[in-house]
Design a protein around this ligand. Structure first.
Ligand code: GLU
Length: 375
């Protein structure tokens, strides 16, 4: 039997926290003690050297109390107004709870477009990467105040899976109000059994999550399985656990009840497959022999090593990289559009700063965005 993963073995962990955990349904109040205990668990992961990103719901739930909406359904503009009010409070409570563990929090609000369009994707990813490098914990939510029906996630399970993909995380934790996936809906059958390990999301597993029309459909097990599919495609393991208990991450680490969804890949390999096989190259960068060696040694592609550029492309597009004799060296997501790239090729970092101004980067393709052709 396949062994269950160890929580302590992960380097970059995304923890998704649902509204029902943070906000007391009846009293619509924040569950402070619970949050403090979760922050303690996060502090423990960070102390062990892991990088942590939080994806937290709760803006709408917190805001609706303040604005005096009862428990019924909200219209879109109402939920946007609630999110506007609640997000301020949400960011503050996270900031305070993490500060208590000596951790700095940074608020990141994303829309669907920020994770789906490659140019904006690179921007959001760079911000998350910088926050982590600075040892801060990004606290992410959907930017509900500007997200309308067609352009919104609407549920933070899939948002969390996308954020985790974008950040190259190796583990996604979905804290929910159930222990995990049961072989039949636990509310309906008394002998429903918890599944502790899912190696692949098959149609049989999907059936266990209930029909799309059931009450589980949104933010429920269906969206969690969708998140599991995104996670496994992106090379990370995912776990669903009951966040209702105090110290829920510790509980996962100590092998409490939960459901693990495994991947057979790694974030790096999955990303390379995506770049190499899925994306249509929009242009070609011809590089010199020194740059070929640098790439093979695991470095990023710098402007200085590029001899020629063919085609028109935008930042975030896939491009082909060819060596001096024309052979394909690899493919990558380019950090500059073709116009700017043409202006800086052959130049050093300092020269690039004077050509493009402050903030310009010497990397035309970051090593995380490169897939080298097999040697
Ligand atoms: N973004 C929403 C909020 O913060 C929640 C979405 C979800 O719970 O899945 O209120």
């Amino acid at each position: 039997m396949t062994a269950l993963p160890l929580l302590a073995s992960f380097r970059r962990v995304v923890v998704k926290v649902g509204s029902a955990l943070l906000v007391d349904r009846d009293k619509s109040r924040l569950r402070r003690a619970w949050l403090a205990a979760l922050a303690e668990d996060i502090g423990e992961l960070v102390a062990n050297g892991a990088e942590v990103i939080v994806v937290s719901s709760g803006a709408i739930a917190l805001g609706r109390t303040v604005l005096g909406f009862s428990n019924g359904a909200l219209r879109l503009e109402e939920s946007q107004a609630c999110a506007a009010v609640g997000q301020i409070a949400l960011a503050r409570v996270w900031s305070e709870a993490l500060a208590h563990e000596g951790i700095t929090a940074g608020q990141v609000l994303l829309t669907l477009g920020d994770t789906e369009q490659r140019r904006r994707y690179l921007n959001a990813r760079a911000t998350l990467g910088k926050l982590l490098e600075l040892r801060a914990v990004p606290v992410v939510n959907e930017n509900d105040t500007v997200a309308t029906a067609e352009i919104r996630y609407g549920d933070n399970d899939r948002l969390a899976a996308r954020v985790a993909t974008m950040a190259g995380a190796d583990c996604l934790i979905l804290l929910s109000d159930v222990d995990g996936l049961y072989d039949s809906p636990p509310g309906e059958s008394p002998d429903a059994k918890l599944i502790s390990l899912v190696e692949r999301v098959t149609p049989r597993i999907e059936k266990m999550a209930g029909s799309p029309a059931s009450e589980f459909a949104r933010g429920g097990m269906r969206t969690k399985l969708e998140a599991a599919r995104i996670a496994s495609g992106a090379g990370m393991h995912m776990v669903i656990a009951n966040g209702r208990h105090a110290n829920p991450l510790k509980r996962i680490a100590e092998r409490g009840p939960c459901t693990w969804f495994l991947t057979s890949s790694t974030p790096r390999a999955a990303r390379k497959t995506f770049i190499a096989a899925t994306l249509e190259p929009k242009g070609v960068l011809v590089i010199d022999a020194g740059a070929v060696r640098a790439l093979e040694g695991g470095k990023s592609l710098l402007a200085a090593g590029i001899k020629r550029i063919e085609g028109e492309f935008a930042r975030g597009d896939a491009v082909l990289i060819r060596g001096p004799n024309g052979t394909e060296v690899g493919r990558g997501l380019v950090g500059y559009d073709a116009v700017d790239a043409r202006r800086i090729i052959g130049h050093s970092t300092e020269e690039i700063l004077s050509i493009l101004g402050a903030g310009a980067r010497a990397e035309v393709i970051h090593r995380d965005d490169l897939a080298l052709a097999a040697a």
